[in-house]
Write a protein that binds this ligand. Structure first.
Ligand code: CMX
Length: 136
């Protein structure tokens, strides 16, 4: 994996939490967007080399809603920035890693994303995030 692109953090109420990050911690907001395919409203913040992604579920069926219900708010996933996501997925499969989709799916910021099951990644939900736009 080439670099960490962002760290996803599950929150119950984005509007309530955002001032903690922007005002108290002084981390600049990049933008807020809805990601209907994941049942989420997300905010990206610029924490230097790595972004923070605050994830508020807007649907009861969102994976993040289930996460908060079971484990509470907090760190949800770590996303590696990659190019050639299909090839990276295939390499991981060859190493026995369980991926949560057959191919990449649309994520925030126009990225194509894929997730590794935490049970095959020693308890961590890792995401592959490809913003190169040349993955098709
Ligand atoms: N980090 C670490 N472990 C996690 C986890 C997470 N984020 N989410 C679930 N788990 C654990 C569960 O606690 C459970 O462990 P135990 O069996 O020890 O209790 C195990 O993984 C399996 O959980 P499950 O209940 O069988 O499965 P879930 O229905 O909770 O689904 C997962 C888990 C990872 C398959 C599901 O959350 C998923 O498909 N995630 C991918 C999509 C996603 O997370 N989207 C949100 C972010 C989108 C974005 O940033 O764009």
């Amino acid at each position: 994996m080439e670099k960490v692109d962002h760290i996803g953090i599950a929150v119950k109420d984005l509007d309530a939490v955002l001032p903690y990050y922007t005002d108290t911690l002084g981390i600049p907001l990049i933008g807020i967007e809805e990601v209907p395919t994941q049942g989420l409203k997300v905010a990206f913040l610029n924490a230097g080399n790595v972004k923070l992604e605050l994830l508020e579920p807007v649907s009861d069926t969102s994976a993040v809603a289930k996460f908060i219900e079971k484990r509470g708010e907090g760190v949800h996933h770590i996303a590696f920035g990659v190019t050639g996501i299909r090839e990276r997925m295939e390499e991981l499969r060859e190493h026995g890693v369980r991926l949560l989709s057959d191919g990449p799916v649309p994520g925030a910021g126009g990225a194509q994303v894929a997730f590794m099951h935490p049970k095959s990644s020693y308890g961590v939900l890792y995401e592959l995030c490809d913003k190169s736009g040349d993955q098709e």
